[in-house]
Design a protein around this ligand. Structure first.
Ligand code: NDP
Length: 451
């Protein structure tokens, strides 16, 4: 006779902690989802008897490998690389590659877990994965980065494929690195397939992929405001980060009539009370991407702006906040400062930038809070569209893709409302996103039986 295991939430989390020692980011990500899922599945026997949540919280596989490369001085360097394939119930594994010294198995498992729900929310057929290395691209020459990317792909290629697992960029991995990795994949296999997204436009990339995550996070914000009868026009916004997501979020806010007051990097933040203009944002993009500069130099370049070393921007009074740098960059006290200073909406451009305490502060204050798995899904959505274009051997026009991105972000917002509307005009977007993402993956898993 089958034994139906109805464990309660604390017991479930105890098990997750025990099975994943020293992996706090992964445990945190599972806890945030499980808090909502336990209520939802309480009366749904199939999800219990088939142990769906327990199975989603165990990656299909974690591949770990050595990456050797030679630096410009002739020294042999050894890094560790990973690919975490979390779940492919609704499509090939899909998720970015991150190069940053803070990368470890816990960080990549949390990102792959989150990616599973995010990808389901887009409505496109993509499973969840994530990969990367503790390689630090800062200060490396272009040749060193090329040699590293080639060595990384020399192992990764055997685990990926256009219908198996399709990686993309993330922190430290932009168009240049995707180019080096795609070149190596093509060299080893002899195949030109859509095995990576974020490719250059000349060789299979999609228009608006670069802009999609930041733009999408602002479209989601716009949807939340519209749902309450408000708009972005005239609102002040505080943004962290100064990379791909942050600069494109800033650009879209300015285009829609908002005023962006801050950007940041790991050295601190700049505060520009006059607001960023398109010209200033373009300067940041060139400065950070092509000159590999620091955000502190913004304050030397633009009068009226100030640089605040070793600080985050969350104490600057604002209407809107967009954390767009990295995980756990917005903590409980930061969230309290934002709420006390009148912030009414938060849209997470980064993955899990708010820690659990901060999420609870936002929920208790009942402000509009869009978790990353909903708000930043625009990037992977356009990656999904890049896969479709590669399969069709054609390229869609920019206005077609813009319309599709807008439509996908609207769809994610609707799905969050379906499961997150708490009545009285308050939507719990965390709950909505978690349940909508979970349900799609869970129902596919039920169809497959125990595999
Ligand atoms: P980039 O590498 O382009 O930029 C990252 C930015 O965050 C830089 O300004 C960097 O500063 C800052 N940053 C990184 N680590 C830290 C840290 N520990 N403390 C403070 N600042 C830090 O990355 P993206 O813009 O692509 O990614 C940003 C976030 O968005 C990540 O969480 C990523 O997972 C998420 N995301 C990205 C998507 C994409 O399409 N690119 C899609 C969905 C989510 P510095 O220069 O000093 O390192």
């Amino acid at each position: 006779m089958a034994v139906t295991d109805h464990v309660d939430f604390p017991t479930f989390m105890e098990g997750v902690k025990k099975r994943n020692p020293h992996q706090p980011e992964f445990v945190q990500a599972v806890q945030e989802v499980a808090e909502d899922i336990f209520d939802f599945i309480e009366d749904k026997e199939d999800y219990h008897s088939e142990q769906i949540l327990r199975r989603i919280a165990e990656p299909d596989r974690v591949v770990s490998f050595r990456v050797c490369w030679e630096d410009d001085a002739g020294n042999i360097r050894v890094q560790r690389g990973w690919r975490v394939q979390n779940n492919n119930a609704i499509g090939p594994y899909k998720g970015g590659i991150r190069f940053h010294p803070s990368v470890n198995e816990s960080v990549l498992k949390f990102l792959a877990f989150e990616q599973t729900f995010k990808n389901a929310l887009t409505g496109l057929p993509m499973g969840g994965g994530k990969g990367g290395s503790n390689f630090n691209p800062k200060g490396k020459s272009v040749r060193e980065i090329m040699r590293f990317c080639q060595s990384f792909m020399t192992e990764l290629y055997r685990h990926i494929g256009a219908d198996v697992d399709v990686p993309a960029g993330d922190i430290g991995v932009g168009g240049r690195e995707i180019g080096f990795m795609f070149g190596q994949y093509k060299r080893i296999t002899g195949e030109f397939t859509g095995v990576l997204t974020g490719k250059g436009l000349e060789w299979g990339g999609s228009l608006i992929r670069t802009e999609a995550t930041g733009y999408g996070a602002v479209y989601f914000l716009e949807n939340m405001l519209k749902h309450r009868g408000e708009s972005l026009d005239g609102k002040t916004a505080v943004i962290s980060g100064s990379g791909n997501v942050a600069t494109h979020a800033a650009e879209k806010i300015v285009q829609l009539g908002g005023k962006v007051l801050t950007l940041s990097d790991s050295g601190g933040f700049i505060h520009d009370p006059d607001g960023l203009t398109q010209e200033k944002i373009d300067w940041v993009k060139t400065h950070k991407t092509h000159r590999r500069g620091r955000i502190s130099e913004y304050a030397d370049h633009f009068t009226g702006a100030t640089f605040h070393p070793d600080a985050t921007p969350w104490n600057v009074p604002c209407d809107l906040a967009l954390p767009c740098a990295t995980q756990n960059e917005l903590l409980g006290p930061d969230a309290r400062a934002l709420v006390e200073n009148g912030c009414t909406a938060v849209s997470e451009g980064a993955n899990m930038p708010s820690d659990l305490e901060a999420v609870h502060v936002f929920k208790d204050a009942k402000i509009m809070f869009a978790p990353g798995k909903a708000a930043n899904a625009g990037g992977v959505a356009v990656s999904g569209l890049e896969m479709s274009q590669n399969s069709e051997r054609r390229a869609w026009k920019e206005d077609e893709l813009q319309a599709m991105l807008h439509d996908i972000m609207d769809g994610i917002h609707d799905r969050c409302i379906t499961y997150g509307d708490q009545g009285g005009g308050y939507v719990d977007y965390v709950k909505g996103a978690n349940i909508a993402g979970f349900k799609k993956v869970a129902d596919a898993m039920l169809a497959f039986g125990v595999v």
